[in-house]
Every structure is written in C-alpha cells, then in structure tokens.
Design a protein around this ligand. Structure first.
Ligand SMILES: [Zn+2]
Length: 274
C-alpha cells in the first residue's frame, strides 16, 4: 500500500476555496456592523449636541445666538465623530439647530428629533417654579419656538401637551415616556403643561396663543377633574391663574391621554399672578 505523504492539490484547493468563501461572508458582515455602530454613535453624539444647543438657544435672553455659540465653544468638543468627521452646527432663523457631520449624512429633521429639541427645552422649564421672574423671558422664547415649529410644519394652529400632540395623530405618542427614555434622570412627572396656538384666518376665531402649566400631573386623573392652572398669554404677556380648568380626555391613534383643558373657563375666571 502506498504511504500517504500529505494533501493532494485538489484537497488543498477545496479547503482554500471554503476558507475564502467563509471569509468573504464574514468580513462584509463584520465591516457593515462596525460601520453601522460608528454611524449610530455619531448620530447619537449629534443628537446630544443638538439638545444642548437648543436648550442654550432657549435660555439665552437675546436672540440666542451668543448662548449657542458659547455653549458650542465650551462643550462642542465632547461630541465627536468616531470616523473622524467634522461636527458643526447651524442655527436656523426659527431657532432650529441643525448639527451635521462631514462624514455622515444628516439625520434629517425627523419628527422625533424636532420633538426632542422642543421638549428638552420644556423639561427645563416644567420642573421650575412659575413664580420665578427670571423665567418670563424663557416662556416667551419657548412660545416663539413653538410658533415657529408650527409654521415650519405649515400649520396655523395646534397644541402640544405633556402627554401628547393634540394635532397630528401619527406622531403622537406618550411624550413623557419617550422623554424619560431619551433623558434618563430628568424628572418629567412633576407637572403638566400645554402650549396652544390658534391663528385667526380660519373662521374668524380670534388668535389665541398661550402656555398652560400645572403642578398637578394630570396623566392619571379622571376626565372632568378640576385643576389649577397658570396661563402665560403670549399675546398680552400676562400671567393668570384659575382653578376652573379641567382635565380632558384625548384619543390619538387609538390611545387615550389626559390633557389640560380650558373649555369651561371664561375670561372672568382668571386672576392675575403677580
Ligand atoms: Zn460622523
């Protein structure tokens, strides 16, 4: 019997071919998931920076530009691209902050992102005391931002509540739960708020534009329950309070929410907050 001294050429070729096939399968998968991870990390960094800059815009007393730039200079270096892309920001006329990376495509103005920008600012305010005079400017800024947001969406009226968007069904969700996931550690349970804007050009209804705030969390209350709310009227710049506001029920995308309601409150029910 002939002694076997090694592998035949055919065996070697087959083994090499099998290895080549395995490598060909593994490398793109591995590379793709690495690429995906780096892209996701970059998007997360851009989103964090956007939240930070948007908050700076809202808290700045003037047009917000200086506050945003100062914040970017101080903290922008903490938000880098894992692929070495250059991260930059742009402040739009309506206060929207766009953060982009030279290597990765912008995440775009998704509804969720717009909400996060808007609501990250609100969260700073909702947990604060309304009597703080320093907040007056901030409330006005917030309202202006909301109005710009509606115009950006080509809407002439709308409201956003601490629980849901009352106007656009598909994007409504449990805003609070969403925020708690996105901003762990921030307390979103200490109150309820609502921003409301109604243009005049529909049926002659006078323009209304206000911000409601209550220290009561209405999420678990029965519809019809009376709550005390404070209203900041953007048009008259007046702070007023009433105990005749109620909790009402809102169904969006088949899900029921509780929101602050003013339906049964007449103008005589308000008292000025000094
Ligand atoms: Zn990047």
């Amino acid at each position: 019997m002939r002694a076997r001294r090694g592998f035949t050429l055919m065996e070697m070729l087959i083994v090499t071919a099998v290895i080549a096939i395995l490598v060909a399968i593994a490398i793109p998968t591995f590379t793709a998931s690495l690429e995906k991870a780096r892209s996701a990390a970059c998007a997360a960094n851009r989103r964090s920076l956007k939240g930070l800059l948007t908050t700076a815009w809202m808290l700045d007393g003037k047009d917000g530009r200086e506050g945003v730039e100062a914040t970017y200079q101080a903290q922008g270096g903490n938000f880098t691209c894992p692929d070495g892309g250059k991260i930059s920001y742009q402040l739009m006329a309506n206060g929207q902050v766009v953060v982009s990376c030279s290597r990765h495509a912008p995440t775009g103005a998704s509804t969720a992102e717009e909400y996060l920008s808007l609501l990250s600012g609100i969260s700073n305010i909702a947990v604060s005391k309304l009597s703080d005079k320093n907040l007056n400017k901030t409330y006005a800024d917030l309202a202006a931002y909301f109005r710009a947001y509606l115009q950006y969406k080509n809407r002439t009226s709308g409201s956003i509540d601490s629980e849901a968007d009352s106007s656009v069904a598909p994007v409504a969700g449990q805003v609070r739960t969403y925020l708690e996931t996105e901003y762990p550690g921030v307390d979103f349970t200490s109150g309820s708020w609502r921003i409301y804007y109604q243009d005049t050009n529909r049926d002659g209804t006078p323009e209304q534009y206000y911000y409601l705030w209550s220290s009561t969390n209405v999420a678990k209350l029965t519809a019809g329950t009376a709550v005390t709310v404070t209203r900041y009227d953007v048009l008259t710049k007046a702070y007023e309070q009433t105990d005749k506001a109620t909790v009402s029920s809102l169904t969006v995308s088949g899900r029921s929410y509780r929101i602050l309601s003013l339906d049964k409150v007449s103008s005589g029910d308000w008292t000025a907050v000094s």
